[in-house]
Every structure is written in structure tokens, then in C-alpha cells.
Design a protein around this ligand. Structure first.
Ligand code: NAD
Length: 429
């Protein structure tokens, strides 16, 4: 059975012509202008290590064959194997994967876990595919990139449009081809297959810690702070739920169907139950309906974009009235928008720090799989908090040391750590 309407009308005209990899290079240049690393040390960081495109012939339920395009990019592996999600989205392309893979490399360096960066995807619309079609796409995709992944090579995980269900097929396909069970090839798996407690909500929990630490630095705390959350998928819904539970006032939430607003604060657990039942937040009783772009312009303490790339652009950055932006999504703010926000005094906490909770617990999952010994959820959450707060402090002290914005500081930290690893390893052959 197909699962209905497409969730991918992202409402971002800028996205059609935008190459997110240009943003990566521009952000890298900004950090390099401050850090001034050796040009030869910086040059490899502007190029993905490996880019692969595969064709996936897949039998659809109506009996016809569809040939889909799949990608896997490894950006860097100087600090450890590649690590990065698999995205199923109709518009995903090689440039998206290059950008997302680079962000993964910087992110893993910032939270100081022994991985490089990678990302992959298949151009397809998972919400309009049956479970059987999704399984066939996944198995064919993994077969095509089989030689490029593995627990010591490159470890995929979920991203937009993929789920623990899909990760289970990734693990099974890889294990069947190897001839033995290899849970460490992929993270974000269901718990009975070697998944980690706390992984599903880890990105949202990491955002909770990041928001709390940011508010502390500006003399505020979570209790009573108002928050607007764009996107109500894995990242947005868990962040909203945990922020609400910690005492923040979540006043607005959106998904592709529209945005709901209540200045007194939404009852997030009830919004979650409503969205599970109806498939959307629109229509939640007792709330005002807003257009998606209106949510980004609300006067709130914290705006938490958790949907897609390029949501805050040159077209709307001057209208953002939030004091703080905590980037839940990857790349939600373009470099031009960043400049406008900076001039207006909006504090932007970058994606490569803020949303790193998912990859931190993916790392814990990989460690547990390799040990064959699993931790309790409280232990996972405590270790996640320690990693996130440590990374936050490191970015903040870099920010103070170089007197730069938080994104440039995060890039400087990542670039310093990756260049150091490359220097220690030396140039092979
Ligand atoms: P998801 O597919 O579960 O959810 C995406 C949500 O965004 C859905 O609710 C969708 O309706 C909504 N959406 C799409 N366009 C929108 C728009 N224009 N306005 C409002 N809502 C819109 O995806 P996810 O896993 O939650 O990922 C969201 C973002 O976070 C992506 O950028 C992803 O790369 C990033 N991210 C995800 C993880 C993770 O662990 N899942 C980790 C780090 C970063």
C-alpha cells in the first residue's frame, strides 16, 4: 500500500537553483580567512575523497521497471571511517550528498568522535512508495555500494526519508552478502538488531542540550523561553517534546501541511499524538493556523529550523525576529542569510554543532555493536550530554579566542582537528 501525499513540497524556491556544496566551500573559506592554515593543508578539504553514482533498476508494484539514481559520497576519512546518513528524497542529487558529507566530516570532528564524513541517497519519493518497493530499492542500493561500506570503511545511518526499518534492510543485505551477521555496518537500527537505546531521539536530545547551553551563555534558561520549531519529523518532534518537558514554551510547530501557533505554549505531547493520528499538525484544536514562512518570522527567544536546507535565505533573513537560531536541520541558513543575521545580532548556533546528537549516539551504537554489549538508556543519555556539552564549550572558547561567530568557530575547530589528523598521517604515496 502506498502511503499517500508527498511530504516533499518544501516551499523553498531558492532550493531549485541552489547548490549546497557552494555554501560548504564559502563557509570553509570564511573559517580559513581567520585561521589562515597552510594552503596545501587546506586544499584537500575542498574536495570529497570519493563520489559514486549508481543506477538502481527496481521492479515497482504495478509491474514496470523504474531505474532510480543512487549516490554515496565519502568526504574525508582521515580521523576514521566515513559516517553519514542515507536520504530518500525526490530532489536528492550528488551535490546535496557532497555538501551533507562535508558537514558530517566537520560534525564528527567537532564532537570528537573517530569518524570521517560521508552521505548517500536515492532520488525517490518514499512517501509514495509501498513497503515492498522501499525494500527493493534499499536492497539494490546497498548491493550496488556494497564494496564501499562496512564497519571499518563507511557506516550509513538514517536521514530524511529513511528510518530504522530501512536500516534493518541495510544490515540484512550487507550481512547476507558477507555470509555473517554484521550489525556494525549501519546505525539507527531497530534495537533487537543491535540498535542503541536513545538513538531515535538522540538528535532532538542533543538539540535540547545545545539550546540549554546557549541560553545559559546569554543569561537565560529553558524555563519560560519561547521556541518555534520548523519541521515535525524525527528531529523536530523529539526536540519539541524534550524542550517542552524541560520547561520551554513551544509556541509554534510546522510540517509540510502548515504551522500551528499558540502564544501561551502548545501541549506538545498532544500535538504529537494528533500528528501521528492525522499525519499532520494542521488542524490541531485551539491553535492559530499560520503559513510555513510566517513561523520563521515569529518573535520568539529561539527559532529551531528542523526541516530542510536553505529555509532562512537572503529573502527572509531580515524578517527573522528570533534572538537565537538553533539549527536542527542541516544547512537551514544560507551564507548570505548568515551575514544579515549577524549584522542584526541574531545568535546562530550552527548545525554541525547543534544537531550532532544523532551521530554521537550512532557512534555509541557502533561501539556497542562491536563490543556486543549494550548500555542502558540512561547511560547513553549521560554520555551524550557529556559529548554535547564538551563540544559546545570547545566551540564557544574557539569563538572567544578568534572573536568570530559561532559557525565560523565551529568550522575553525573542525578544520584544525582534520588538518592535524592529516598532518600526523602524512601524505600516502
Ligand atoms: P524527517 O523526514 O523525519 O522530517 C522532516 C520534517 O520537515 C517533516 O515533518 C516535514 O513535514 C517537514 N517539512 C519539510 N519541509 C517543510 C517546510 N518547508 N516547512 C515546514 N516543515 C517542513 O527528517 P528528519 O530526520 O527529522 O531530518 C530533518 C533535518 O534534520 C534534515 O535536514 C536532516 O538532514 C537533519 N538531521 C537529521 C538527523 C537525524 O538523526 N534524523 C540528524 C542530524 C540532522
Amino acid at each position: 500500500m502506498k502511503r499517500g501525499r508527498s511530504a516533499f513540497k518544501s516551499g523553498t524556491p531558492a532550493r531549485v537553483h541552489r547548490n549546497p556544496f557552494d555554501d560548504v566551500l564559502e563557509q570553509l573559506d570564511r573559517a580559513a580567512a581567520v585561521l589562515q592554515p597552510d594552503a596545501d593543508a587546506l586544499a584537500p578539504l575542498r574536495h570529497p575523497k570519493r563520489q559514486v553514482i549508481v543506477s538502481l533498476p527496481v521492479l515497482m508494484d504495478d509491474g514496470h521497471l523504474k531505474v532510480l539514481e543512487g549516490y554515496r559520497v565519502m568526504y574525508d576519512n582521515s580521523r576514521g571511517p566515513g559516517k553519514g546518513g542515507i536520504r530518500y528524497h525526490p530532489e536528492v542529487n550528488l551535490d546535496d550528498c557532497k555538501a551533507l558529507a562535508a558537514w558530517m566530516a566537520w560534525k564528527c570532528a567537532i564532537v570528537d568522535i573517530p569518524f570521517g564524513g560521508a552521505k548517500g541517497g536515492v532520488a525517490c519519493d518514499p512517501l509514495n512508495m509501498s513497503e515492498g518497493e522501499l525494500e527493493r530499492v534499499t536492497r539494490r542500493y546497498i548491493s550496488e555500494i556494497f564494496d564501499l561500506i562496512g564497519p571499518t570503511v563507511d557506516i550509513p545511518a538514517p536521514d530524511v526519508g529513511t528510518s530504522p526499518r530501512v536500516m534493518a534492510w541495510v544490515m540484512d543485505t550487507f550481512s547476507m552478502k558477507k555470509g555473517y551477521v554484521e550489525p556494525g555496518v549501519v546505525t539507527g537500527k531497530p534495537i533487537p538488531l543491535g540498535g542503541s537505546s536513545g538513538r531515535l531521539e538522540a538528535t532532538g536530545r542533543g538539540l535540547l542540550f545545545t539550546t540549554r547551553e546557549t541560553l545559559k551563555r546569554v543569561g537565560r534558561d529553558l524555563s519560560g523561553s519561547s521556541v518555534a520549531v520548523q519541521g515535525f519529523g524525527n528531529v523536530g518532534s523529539n526536540a519539541a517534546r524534550l524542550l517542552h518537558a524541560a520547561g520551554a514554551r513551544v509556541v509554534a510547530i510546522s510540517d509540510v501541511s502548515g504551522a500551528i501557533y499558540d502564544p501561551d505554549g502548545l501541549d506538545v505531547p498532544r500535538v504529537l499524538a494528533y500528528s501521528r493520528e492525522t499525519g499532520q499538525v494542521r488542524g490541531f484544536p485551539g491553535t492559530q493556523l499560520l503559513d510555513n514562512p510566517q513561523l520563521l518570522r515569529l518573535s520568539v527567544d529561539v527559532l529551531l529550523p528542523a526541516a530542510m536546507e536553505a529555509q532562512i535565505t537572503v529573502d527572509n533573513a531580515s524578517e527573522v525576529r528570533a534572538r537565537i537560531i538553533i539549527e536542527g536541520a542541516n544547512g537551514p541558513t544560507t551564507p548570505e542569510a548568515d551575514e544579515i543575521l549577524m549584522k542584526r545580532g541574531v545568535l546562530v548556533v550552527p548545525d554541525i554543532l547543534a544537531n550532532a546528537g544523532g551521530v554521537v549516539v550512532s557512534y555509541f551504537e557502533w561501539v556497542q555493536d562491536r563490543y556486543g554489549y549494550f548500555w542502558k538508556e540512561a547511560e547513553v543519555n549521560d554520555r551524550l550530554e557529556e559529548k554535547m556539552v564538551g563540544a559546545f564549550d570547545a566551540v564557544w572558547s574557539t569563538r572567544e579566542r578568534f572573536e568570530v561567530d559561532a559557525r565560523t568557530a565551529a568550522y575553525i575547530l573542525a578544520v584544525e582537528r582534520i588538518i592535524e589528523a592529516r598532518r600526523l598521517r602524512g601524505l600516502y604515496a
